[in-house]
Ligand binder design. Structure first.
Ligand code: HEM
Length: 70
């Protein structure tokens, strides 16, 4: 598996973790048990999603840039 596929798979599974954390957050808010740590539970995968997502976003531009330099 190359790096691009690896990042795509990581981004995909992080999205599952993020969705689960959002559901946990909604339940915590409804039960009035929300804490800072429950919030961080969603924030961590979201930050990682942003980093891997930006990498995926730049891939086609990097490929075009590399092709032009050859
Ligand atoms: C936080 C900032 C995020 C950025 C910058 C970002 C960016 C991207 C980019 C550029 C792609 C690739 C699109 C393509 O095929 O060319 C992608 C795919 C995807 N994103 Fe995100 N994303 C973000 C957050 C999220 C979130 C919050 C979710 C869902 C909870 C999500 C779920 C997905 C999924 C499922 C794919 C398809 C992965 C695959 O091809 O297998 N992303 N994202």
């Amino acid at each position: 598996m190359n790096w691009n596929n690896c990042f795509r798979q990581i981004h995909r599974w992080l999205s599952v973790a993020f969705t689960a954390a959002v559901i946990v957050n909604i339940i915590a808010v409804l039960q009035q048990k929300s804490t800072v740590w429950v919030g961080f539970l969603a924030l961590l995968p979201l930050c990682l999603l942003m980093l891997t997502g930006l990498y995926l976003f730049l891939l086609p531009y990097a490929a075009r840039w590399r092709a032009r330099c050859e």
